[in-house]
Structure formats: structure tokens, C-alpha cells
Ligand binder design. Structure first.
Ligand SMILES: *Cc1c(COP(=O)(O)O)cnc(C)c1O
Length: 387
């Protein structure tokens, strides 16, 4: 029998990263010493106190059963305490907080709650891929908002056609941003609330990187904007903040009707997050203040090593205020795939071509500081020889 995939699956954009992975694997098999600046995944282990909390929790057999789909109340309460202390935002643990199996899970499932076939979704480009794919799975009409340098990589809300804005059901935002590393201020979020009120649009803000911020920058929450809770939600994750990408734990907070609709979708798809991991998540959030400074200092040193290094060899890259990505303009004569290929073939360095995040990512490559400082210096030395 010939297996036919659905039209939805056929409509997904090609996943360029699979291609890059293959090239990287081939290079490693050839025995080359690769510096991998490609992946946005912390290279250092989860802090010991979180591992200890998991170990304790796992010994308790009550964690072995299906977890309630709304998440442990104790975890939701801890998330509320953290939001209050970090952002001064009040959240009701009963109605305004929903733990997720990683924020990607919630982001990708959210359109099932709100998008009917043909409904428009405003999605930034370049962007984290699930904003697009989640809507394509629901036969939504993905409309792109270009993120360009002259607007500080913020979408130009005034430039969005009024008839499109009136038709749109949801707008996606992500600050600090992957892949551009741009930050948004509270004024921008206030503009977003006004825009969303005017056109009756739900807001979905992905805040995965608010805690990886440098030089004393403290990125705001979307929920700091007055009126935001009437029309939007914010996705958060323990993945980057606590080096927990493999654990799969995140959460969505904000508008209670949106949160409860996402919960209804999820209750039909999954059966909760392993309770022991939820308890480890509680331990992580409880120790956030002691933990986070070290992590910020750690990435800030790496960022300085990469940016100062590249600037010293004549490549004018911007220094990100947040995230662990450097979004660099391609060198003269190269497009993004060409430059990534040049670095891989001639310097044994993996980077991510900007076009992999969307059409408007062309002209840039993304370098992740998820390797040690010595390897970053090695990368700079190698780049120097091939530019
Ligand atoms: C890493 C990342 C996340 C976090 O995903 P999890 O599923 O929580 O691990 C969310 N959004 C963006 C933009 C990311 O880069």
C-alpha cells in the first residue's frame, strides 16, 4: 500500500535544520573537529539541586501515576510566586496558569483551540518554527510580519493591512527573540495591546528567553502591559533558564479563557507532565534567585568572547542584550546558506543560516554561544583565516 501523507503535512515548510544536521554528522564521521555554534540547547548540565529534587520525587510512588492534566497545584502556586517576584504580575494559580510538556508543546497545540480553517494568524518572520507549523496543522492562514533591522526586529504593527488585521485571530510575538536576539520594551507591548484591542486579536507571547539577559537588562513580561490579560497569554519555559531542555517542562499564563481552552485541547491529547518532573520544577523556581546570576554571568562571558573576537577581526556583529544567539549579517558575497556552508567546509564550524527561520532571515546567520569559551576563541581564530 502506498502511504499518503495529509495535505497539512505536505504544507509544512521544509525543515532546513535536518539538512544541516546531516552535513554536521558527515563532517564528524570524517573525523573533523567541529565547533558547533548551531544548536540552541544549553551544553551544561541541569543544576544539581534540581536533579536531587527529581531523585527524591521519583522515590515517591504517587508520582508514578497519570498526572492531573492541569498540573500540580503546588507547581501552579510556585509559578504565581515566581511571576510576582520576577515581573510583579499577579496570577491566579487556579485559572490563569497551565503547566506544559515544554512550551513548544503548548505553542504548537494552541491553534487547535482557536483557529478554524482559513483563519488568519499573524506570525513574525524570521521565527521559531512552531508558530507556523501549529497553524498549518489547523489549516490556518499564516500571514507573515517581517522582522527587519530598521525596526529593531519588531513587527511594524502600523504597516499591517487593516483588513488583514480585522480578519486575524491571533498574533505571535517572541521577545527576547530567537533568532534575532532583539528585545522589546514595555512600550512595544502597550502598542501590541492597543492593536489587539482595536482589531479583536488574541496575543500569544513566547517569553522563553526573558531570564538570559545581560548587562543588567531585565526584559519585561507581556503581562506587564495594562489590559494584556484581557486578550493574551504568555508562554514560558524552564528549558533555557535552568538548563532543562530535555526534561520537557514549561507553562502558559494569562487570559483565563485562553488558558482553559488550551487545557481542554491538552486533556484530549496528553495526560500531564510526569509528577516527579513537576516537583523538580517547583525546586527550580524556588531557587531561581540564587541560580540565575551565575547563569547570566556565564553566558555573558561567552557572548563577550564571541562578539569581541569577531569585531576584532573586522566582522561587525551586534552584541545581544539577551538570549544565547548572535544574529550576524552575512559577510559580503555570501547568502546565509552559502556562508554557513563556507564555515562548515573551510573552518569546521556549524552555524545556522538565517533563511532557515523564514524568508526575512536571509542575509543573516545565527551563532549560538552554547560551547565553552575556549571553543568560541578557537572558532574566532578559524573564522579569521577564512574571511
Ligand atoms: C527554546 C525555545 C523555547 C522553549 O521550548 P521548550 O519546548 O520549552 O523547551 C520556546 N521558544 C523559543 C523561541 C525557543 O527558542
Amino acid at each position: 500500500m502506498k502511504i499518503e501523507i495529509s495535505e497539512r503535512l505536505k504544507k509544512l515548510p521544509p525543515y532546513l535544520f535536518v539538512e544541516i544536521d546531516r552535513a554536521k554528522k558527515r563532517a564528524r564521521e570524517e573525523g573533523r573537529d567541529i565547533v558547533d555554534l548551531g544548536i540552541g540547547d544549553p551544553d551544561t548540565p541541569t543544576p544539581q539541586f534540581i536533579i536531587d529534587a527529581l531523585n527524591e520525587a521519583v522515590k515517591d510512588a504517587s508520582t508514578h501515576r497519570y498526572a492531573l492534566d492541569a498540573g500540580l497545584l503546588e507547581l501552579r502556586k510556585e509559578i504565581a510566586i515566581w511571576y510576582k517576584s520576577r515581573f510583579d504580575v499577579d496570577l491566579d494559580p487556579q485559572t490563569e496558569i497551565l503547566p506544559l510538556i515544554g512550551s513548544k508543546e503548548g505553542i504548537a497545540h494552541m491553534p487547535l483551540a482557536f483557529i478554524n480553517p482559513g483563519d488568519a494568524a499573524l506570525v513574525p518572520d524570521p521565527c521559531y518554527p512552531p508558530y507556523k507549523s501549529g497553524n498549518i496543522f489547523c489549516e490556518g492562514d499564516v500571514r507573515l510580519m517581517p522582522l527587519v533591522e530598521k525596526n529593531g526586529f519588531l513587527p511594524d504593527l502600523k504597516g499591517i493591512d487593516a483588513s488583514l488585521a480585522d480578519r486575524a485571530r491571533v498574533i505571535y510575538l517572541n521577545y527576547p527573540n530567537n533568532p534575532t536576539s532583539a528585545c522589546a520594551g514595555l512600550d512595544f507591548f502597550k502598542d501590541v495591546v492597543r492593536f489587539a484591542q482595536k482589531h479583536n486579536i488574541m496575543v500569544c507571547h513566547d517569553a522563553a528567553y526573558t531570564e538570559l539577559a545581560y548587562d543588567n537588562t531585565r526584559p519585561p513580561s507581556f503581562l506587564n502591559a495594562p489590559g494584556s490579560k484581557e486578550l493574551g497569554v504568555e508562554f514560558h519555559s524552564l528549558s533555557k533558564t535552568f538548563n532543562m531542555t530535555g526534561w520537557r517542562i514549561g507553562f502558559v499564563v494569562g487570559n483565563k479563557d485562553m488558558v482553559s481552552a488550551i487545557a481542554r485541547v491538552k486533556s484530549n491529547i496528553d495526560s500531564g507532565i510526569f509528577a516527579a518532573i513537576q516537583r523538580a520544577g517547583i525546586a527550580a523556581l524556588r531557587n531561581y534567585h540564587e541560580h540565575i546570576k551565575g547563569l547570566r554571568d556565564f553566558y555573558q562571558k561567552r557572548r563577550d568572547a564571541l562578539c569581541d573576537g569577531l569585531i576584532s577581526i573586522g566582522w561587525k556583529v551586534p552584541k545581544p542584550q539577551a538570549t544565547f544567539y548572535v544574529w550576524a549579517k552575512c559577510l559580503k558575497g555570501y547568502d546565509s546558506i552559502g556562508l554557513a556552508r563556507h564555515f562548515l567546509d573551510n573552518a569546521d564550524i556549524v552555524t545556522t543560516p538565517g533563511v532557515g527561520f523564514g524568508h526575512y532571515g536571509e542575509g543573516y546567520i545565527r551563532m549560538a554561544i552554547t560551547v565553552g569559551e575556549d571553543r568560541i576563541r578557537e572558532a574566532v581564530d578559524r573564522i579569521k583565516k577564512v574571511i
